[in-house]
Design a protein. Structure first.
Length: 319
């Protein structure tokens, strides 16, 4: 008769063998992928509404009407086109998949944090839900920012077109650009959560993060110049400005978190090879117990005369 498998005891500190870590990672990834697939299937039934929403920034800013080459405002316009037989089908799949990734953000963000959370202390695991609650609006805010600056970017790009030239934009290339911008902007807005997670796990302190502010401003500006397709100053500032504000918010939170840790553990900021400060303040010593206690085996308690001094707690001065 086979014995039932012994249930593995749960470790409060999150320690587990390597195979268990890999198994946990597989389960988390599977749940995230299943959530994305489920939302993608639902989004396929609302393909027309999603198409109208995604094409609105381009059509309202540079879309051509009635086959003209120049829009009403005198600026060049563009026509959307598909050039292959399978393009409409692949574009529909692409739109549904992009919608699935965006709308399933709460699920895969939670799965990501739930995989990292066991490495934290037991009292810090409660921040897993806070990570999702804050991370989802940040990702959606970055995605909406990419969606909102697209009309201005399209006008600037088509402004380089020569006169009497008809601009034809492939629908698949436009969707690729929009998807890339949405994902890049959304992930960029997760920067404060990454910094807070590094601070909570003890990788970087708030003081060190504050010392990086000059380099971070330059780095965020360079990132905004690369991430925005137009590369013009307004779009750069629309991305670099919020990222800088979020960075300083994360730094302020990390400083407060470091103070909280220091109050609980004064030696938390010490390195492994650094000694803690000793408290040399003398304290009053209480009275020594004079009650006789049983001696060790082979010892006698002695007497109170000069040849056998009274033992304290069953021991003499030698023992």
């Amino acid at each position: 008769m086979l014995k039932p498998a012994r249930k593995q005891e749960k470790n409060d500190e999150g320690r587990m063998p390597l195979l268990d870590h890999l198994r946990e990672l597989r389960n988390r990834l599977l749940k995230a992928v299943l959530a994305i697939v489920a939302v993608t299937i639902v989004a396929a039934f609302f393909q027309k509404e999603i198409y109208d929403f995604l094409l609105r920034p381009l059509l309202t800013s540079v879309g051509c009407r009635d086959g003209v080459v120049t829009a009403v405002n005198g600026r060049p316009c563009a026509l959307l086109k598909t050039d292959t037989l399978m393009a409409p089908f692949t574009n529909a799949l692409k739109v549904a998949l992009m919608s699935g990734v965006l709308l399933a953000t709460p699920v895969w963000l939670y799965q990501l944090w739930a995989f990292v959370a066991p490495g934290l202390h037991k009292g810090e695991k409660k921040y897993a839900y806070a990570f999702v609650v804050v991370g989802v609006p940040l990702f959606l805010a970055g995605s909406y920012l990419a969606y909102s600056i697209l009309p201005q970017t399209a006008e600037i790009m088509l402004g380089f077109s020569p006169d009497n030239v008809q601009n034809q934009i492939g629908l698949d290339s436009y969707l690729d650009l929009l998807t890339r911008m949405v994902i890049v902007f959304g992930l960029a807005f997760e920067l404060p959560l990454l910094l807070v997670a590094l601070n909570m796990t003890g990788v970087v302190s708030g003081k060190r993060m504050l010392g990086w502010w000059r380099g971070m401003i330059v780095g965020l500006t360079a990132f905004a110049a690369i991430a925005t397709p137009g590369g013009e100053p307004v779009s750069m500032l629309l991305l670099a400005g919020p990222l800088a504000v979020l960075y300083f918010i994360a730094t302020g939170f990390s400083l407060l978190n470091d103070k909280r840790k220091k109050r609980r553990d004064p030696d938390a900021e010490l390195d492994d090879d650094e000694a803690s400060v000793l408290d040399l303040t003398p304290e009053p010593v209480g009275a020594v117990e004079s009650v006789a206690r049983p001696a060790l085996p082979g010892q006698s308690t002695g007497s109170a005369d000069a040849s056998h001094p009274q033992r304290l707690n069953g021991y003499d001065d030698i023992t």
